[in-house]
Design a protein around this ligand. Sequence first.
Ligand code: 0WD
Ligand code: CA
Length: 390
Amino acid sequence: MKQFAVTNRSSTTGLKQPKELFSYSRNLDASWNLDEEVSKKEALAYYYFPDSQLDNNINLSGGFQTFQKIPDAANVANFPSLLRCLQNHEQETGKKVKVDIITFRGIMSKLITLIYDDRNPVELYVIAYDKQLFLKNDDEADAKRKEEQKNKAAENEKDALYLQQCEFVGYKFETLTTLPKPWAECTRPMIEKRTKKVVNNYEQYLSVVRSGIGKIKTLLAGEVDGVWDYVPEKGEDILPHYVELKTSAVVETPPQMVRFELKLFKTWAQCFLLGIKQFVYGYRDQNFNLRGVEVFQTEEVPVILKESDVSRRGVPQYSCTEALKWYGALLDWLVLSIDLTDELKAYKLTYNAVSKQVILKECSKEENDILRNGDILTDEFKQWRNSIRK
Ligand code: 0WD
Ligand code: CA
């Protein structure tokens, strides 16, 4: 067993400019669309929401009854589809992608924000393969917790409904503020009937980005909500053109402001990791009425948080620099702690919020077998990598 205290910081945080390697998408029937061009054409939404729409008193719980919701168990980060696309990419470029860690962005958001928020348990699997680390969430542990939460809420019907509505609101906001095509290619009904459009969380567009901190290079797959302005020509950097969409309860009192700062910090991490330059918050009141919309630049968040003088009552000031120093140190430690050439082991990475230590433990042989045979690695991907192994 190895431990790493959350107080650790790296002295340097040299950052590598994120670069999109490829993208893919999930369709309305939960199937995967692995074709980059089709994904960009069909699955990428465009942000369009003039402020004047706010006068229409839009309710973000509207359409809750017809929500097409993917079953929770199916809505997990999927390695086989990612690795299939990665293989395509490597076959096109003719070489293995040069990174130390391959994972989904959500996992890294959780790790980077751990220094200020450890309420969401961390339970990750780690394996080394072909001298790269693969990190996967323990989805079963998450599902169990979600089930318990649901059962607890079910004791009070009103709470249960409220919880479900809160989940719906985010997807509703996305449907309401985006168009399936650039504005000029949309008909008036497409633009004006968005309040009536059926909401689903099956469809999603994923961008796969190479970036890194210090000496560690990462490949991260993450969901992107849409395009902020336009899609540039092929070969040009698309990342600055993406936008992340968020919702929040309206922020009025100092305690609400402090809570919102934590949300801002977490959104910063989420966007920063993929190199997304802007995000939009939709503010809703207690009855889910949309009250306002605010655009943020990702790079202004560290300054906003640093300069905040709201009464905090002991809550620490959030520092993005500290988070990056922690993230850099953690990834250094992880890569050093695992023998990258040992393909017979698997590890569980957890966080103990009491001792404030990240813990790395070896998994059972059974868990290792599952992770290396379909859960993370697929036969196809292993065959591909074997065929180019030196
Ligand atoms: O617990 C799950 N079922 C999760 C599934 C958690 C996180 C991600 N995922 C899936 C996503 O559907 C996607 O296919 O993993 C893939 C990659 O996602 P990511 O970009 O790494 O995930 P993250 O950065 O954590 O979240 C991106 C979006 C969220 O957007 P907001 O604006 O809410 O941050 O993924 C969705 C959500 O739309 N998402 C979830 N959906 C259902 N249950 C959850 C969740 N617990 N967490 C994130
Ligand atoms: Ca979002």
